[in-house]
Design a protein around this ligand. Sequence first.
Ligand code: WTA
Length: 574
Amino acid sequence: MENLHQERVAVTAVNPNMRSYEETYSSFQFEEVEKQFSWYETGKVNMAYELIDRHVHNGLSDKIALYYSDNARDEQYTFADLSKQSNRFANVLRKLGINKGERIFIFMPRTPELYFSLLGSLKVGAVVGPLFEAFMESAVKDRLLDSEAVAIVTTPALLGRIPRSELPSLKHIIVFGDEVEAGEGIVNFSSEMAQASEEAEIEWLGREDGLIIHYTSGSTGKPKGVFHVQNAMIQHYYTGKVVLDLKSDDIYWCTADPGWVTGTSYGIFAPWLNGASNVIRGGRFSPSDWYNTIQKYGVTVWYSAPTAFRMLMGAGDDTVKQFDLSSLRHVLSVGEPLNPEVVRWGLKVYNQRIHDTWWMTETGGQLICNYPSMEIKPGSMGKPLPGVQAAIIDDSGNELPPYRMGNLAIRTPWPSMMRKIWNNPSKYEEYFRLQGWYVSGDSAYQDEDGYFWFQGRIDDVINTSGERVGPFEVESKLVEHPAVAEAGVIGKPDPMRGEIIKAFISLREGYEASEELKQDIYKFVKEGLSAHAAPREIEFKDKLPKTRSGKIMRRVLKAWELSLPTGDLSTIED
Ligand code: WTA
């Protein structure tokens, strides 16, 4: 396939400050990695202990673990502080009778309390479920119902989006904020924390015991609860070392929210397993606030996403010049394809190679990367890490030669591989339908040097600003609007956001297409589901293309949108 040729030049030599190729290879001996963790001596483990308390016992008590700032707060916490705060929260949970394996959701904006809660929940052996603060009632309800969560930590502003009467398993709502009075099922975070002891017993776990559930979107049905176990820490620790290149004096900043897997695997687990100082910035995206964050803390390692880099590029080179970003030594990206243009720009304005990394909620950790000790090719996701075997395979599981496009697949298992889809074993098995492979749902090809090049999703999942949105979930919300008869949702290519959500809608009798109605429908999804899932573009149609079995053919909608051939229409209704 000649036409798949892209720019394939390595940009700049490998940075000598980074871990060498030899070191990267030699440290992938997972047995060696395991010696870091408690189970090596006791057979038992606990992620929160390995993240925080282990460092306290190893002489890092006074090291800053967390630098936090937003427009109102500016704080810092040592490893000893985080140990105490998470102990307090663990005691709050124990008092409520919460036990190992039970699900606790965390639904709040990024503040230090989110991190205390998450770590404290892990200390009692609970499985945490982080949620974006942008989620509205129906998104919250689906996730809590499916996982039968027993508790949720939230803030007064978000409390109204938790439909308590419809959630029979939910016993406790822990609210961080002064205005809240304790009452039936409502616990005041601050007053309970103040009374709780700073000492707590760790719930020691097996390595296959639960850690976290991240809900993520597929093309059909409700979001899937991707379940990860303690054992994932091997991958988090190892990739933190050889991909993030974390060393003891690094100031690390991952811009992702913990509602997204990047914000936990690489916003919490990888940096703290490696004992790094972790920067968390609350509040919304703003180019000058972001650059100021790098300058203020002297950030050395920075992990963000293509959509953010594109917005920073849009803010202009002059904005960059107003700040001192010379502390940066390593920059990485994840979530969607990283445009070669952005890589070239990063080289020019930051004097840094932006390292693309590929992985998914389901994989728990990075698998294919431009890791620091190799040359990068702009536009390529990089190569499998040592210890990871990736391939392009056809639908029967045969490996394809270079430049042939096919399913991007990973040899099973690896340490952070998901262990189930909550309540949905058949969905889980779909990923492993080809013997010995995890089939990612992405299509890609490999070049003759073994670099992987992303081509697209095989299903209809939309990637908008790096977030996965399932078309079905949006369509389901759309048809709840009184004017909407039917809806089909696709991702439409967009220079800034990667894709935007476009909805094709047929109206019910008695409704007229209008600009106002579009606005109203947009608002309806934004307020009922979440802002990032709301269709920025709406097109009214008399009829939507459907199969004879009644399924809306998103593929045809997409072809219309992009003026492409519609392909095989033999199953279309009329
Ligand atoms: C896409 C994010 C191109 C891909 C950690 C994948 C990427 C989905 C890249 C997972 C990349 C992620 N280049 N596409 N470097 N990284 N993707 O679960 O389609 O939110 O399947 O996890 O994002 O998204 P998720």
